[in-house]
Design a binder for this molecule. Structure first.
Ligand code: NBP
Length: 477
């Protein structure tokens, strides 16, 4: 009577993952710092499968079959280190500690290194899908050793979400922190998706002049096409919802200040370190932070600028179609940026990440699940060394077809004073990439002027400096 897996940390995520394992026929050992949570779980859900409730760390470890698989679902940060310190001395070489929390991948790399010295496999694992996903099937992004995946992988495949073609939404992403890194970028892309949807909504509201209920209908229609995704689906639900207390559209009674927990911010911080332009994700993070500056917004409300005047009925319908094009094109760009960051992270840390497999495991269970991901997978499967998603012929053609509308929507937004940082950043990225010449030439010349930072020439090899303070002749650097 020993457990194939143990879960310590039985708040919403841990509890539901433990139940998911049990419902799939595994015996699950349970542990939580506060033992009452453990007993509560067994009382409420004990009939769903085989649980072994334990109170002490020793009992918990003793309940696990070898090699032990010990999943940690506590609050990310110090609690994770505290739990590792508590359990590691009780484990043996070959055992696994699986951290399913939202850890920073750098912490995961450190923990993996430290535990490896003891022969313990530390498997930093990204898990997406929230509470419901944890119970019914999340998208799972495990890092750690290949050996640990051999033992753990089949169990994760069983409890994971399944894509429409039946494939489990889990893959061994790569060694040490690769799983948490990919989960981080997943969340960054999620921020961008949500921001772009928000901008589309605001444009339909202010420029098309539509009500939330009508916009909900439009999102429902979009959800049957190429934008088919969980986030578009729930957006329609939210917009159609009417507040019980006031009878107003629910979206109008919610304070317009967006919060964040940190993974979106990490995505941007790491992108800065790696030198990857994730401008769309950055704008999404900044848009949330701007929304939270209540005082600054209050003080700025009187600034000059246009107020949107809604279009007439016939123009509004055409405008809504254009917004769909702008949203889709911007979405392609934010995924392009996110996958660039994953590729760059993989290179920096030697992870050898299969980008097609990443797209594949995001097709089900996670917050950014979307029909679109099938196409990203196909693009990378066809050409694993694709320099960028925009180099894929199908995506390039779709953007080519969307771009007139994309530009028209942004022009309308600028004219009418509707802020669209996500759409704008995406288009600027696109235009910058395809530009023949960038003003970076001027930047580099300025750098040479004030700091003798040197420049390269278009017509010959070598580094040069111009004697700006002297006779302005050029010298080889
Ligand atoms: P929380 O993040 O709220 O953490 C609560 C759990 O941590 C409880 O079991 C608590 O034990 C335990 N804990 C704390 Br706090 N400090 C501890 C310590 N020093 N030693 C031992 N245990 C400690 O739970 P959650 O929302 O279920 O999330 C769990 C993890 O999953 C987090 O890392 C989260 O970021 C990640 N995640 C969450 C979601 C989501 O949708 N919520 C989605 C994906 C990933 P106690 O009962 O004794 O206080």
């Amino acid at each position: 009577n020993s457990a194939q897996i143990g879960v310590t940390g039985l708040a919403v995520m841990g509890r539901n993952l433990a139940r998911n394992f049990a419902r799939n026929g595994y015996t699950v050992a349970l542990h939580n710092r506060t033992a009452s949570r453990t007993h509560e779980l067994v009382e409420q859900f004990g009939d769903e499968g085989d649980f072994i409730a334990t109170e002490t760390a020793k009992e918990f470890v003793a309940a696990l079959e070898r090699p032990r698989r010990l999943m940690v679902m506590v609050k990310a940060g110090e609690p994770t280190d505290a739990v590792i310190q508590e359990f590691a001395p009780l484990l043996e070489p070959g055992d696994m500690i699986i951290d399913g929390g939202n850890a920073h991948f750098a912490d995961t790399r450190r923990r993996e290194r430290e535990l490896r010295e003891q022969g313990i496999h530390f498997v930093g694992t990204g898990i997406s899908g929230g509470e419901e996903g944890a119970l019914h099937g999340p998208s799972i992004m495990p890092g750690g050793s290949q050996e640990s995946y051999g033992s753990l992988g089949p169990m994760l495949e069983k409890i994971s979400a399944k894509a429409e073609d039946g494939a489990p939404c889990v893959t061994h992403v790569g060694p040490d922190g690769a799983g948490h890194f990919v989960k981080m970028v997943h969340n960054g892309i999620e921020y961008a998706d949500m921001q772009l949807i928000g901008e589309a909504y605001q444009l339909l509201r202010d420029v098309a002049g539509y009500s939330p209920a009508r916009i909900a209908e439009i999102f429902r229609t979009w959800n049957t096409g190429r934008l088919d995704s969980y986030l578009i689906e729930i957006t329609a639900e939210v917009l159609a919802h009417v507040d019980e207390a006031t009878g107003e559209p629910f979206v109008d009674v919610v304070q317009d200040r967006a919060e964040q927990k940190g993974t979106g911010r990490w995505t941007v911080q790491i992108a800065l370190d790696l030198g990857v332009p994730v401008s769309g994700i950055a704008e999404a993070v900044f848009a949330r932070s701007l929304s939270g500056h209540a005082g600054l917004r209050e003080a700025s409300r009187g600034l000059a600028g246009p107020r949107a005047t809604p279009l007439g009925e016939s123009e509004a319908a055409a405008f809504a179609d254009r917004v769909e094009q702008a949203l889709y094109a911007s979405k392609i760009v934010s995924y392009t940026q996110g996958f660039h960051e994953i590729a760059a992270g993989g290179e920096e840390y030697g992870w050898d990440i299969d980008l097609g497999a990443v797209a594949s495991i995001w097709r089900g269970g996670c917050i950014i699940r979307a029909a679109f991901l099938d196409r990203i997978r196909a693009a990378y499967d066809a050409r694993p060394d694709l320099p960028s998603l925009l180099s894929d012929e199908t995506f390039a053609q779709e953007i080519a077809a969307a771009q007139d509308d994309w530009r028209a929507v942004l022009a309308a937004a600028v004219h009418q004073g509707v802020p669209t940082p996500g759409f704008a950043a995406a288009l600027a990225y696109y235009d910058a990439l395809r530009a023949e010449r960038l003003p970076a030439a001027l930047t580099q010349a300025q750098r040479d002027y004030f700091g003798a930072h040197t420049y390269r020439r278009t017509d010959r090899e070598g580094s040069f400096h111009t004697l700006w303070g002297g006779d302005r002749s050029q010298v080889e650097a």
